[in-house]
Design a protein around this ligand. Structure first.
Ligand SMILES: [Zn+2]
Length: 104
């Protein structure tokens, strides 16, 4: 589990990580203690586990190696409305955040 990865503000999903060149994956929240490997084996797609604690300004993409996370912002630098992927219901603090539920 990665601790305190740095978050980068972006206007759109990067194609590759600007730091290490890895693929960019979605962050899925509401994943509890699930690991990336367990998620992949269950859903057959890669994602970064966000755990159950959704930040108030949630990053929604992450580098596949986990070195950076990416938060969507408007061109003027303000927070853009985002769709947060949720595996199970956890408390979402920010009203403008839309929820996409992963298939069970
Ligand atoms: Zn990276």
């Amino acid at each position: 589990m990665l601790v305190r990865t740095r978050i980068i503000d972006v206007e759109r999903k990067p194609i590759k990580c600007p730091v290490c060149g890895s693929e960019i994956w979605d962050i899925v929240y509401g994943t509890g203690d699930m690991t990336e490997v367990e998620f992949f084996l269950t859903y057959n797609k890669p994602a970064i586990m966000g755990g159950d604690n959704i930040p108030r300004r949630p990053p929604i993409w992450a580098c596949g190696c986990g070195c950076k996370r990416f938060r969507k912002v408007n061109p003027d630098g303000t927070d853009a409305p985002v769709k947060v992927k949720l595996l199970k219901n956890v408390r979402v603090r920010k009203a403008e955040v839309n929820i996409i539920r992963e298939e069970d």
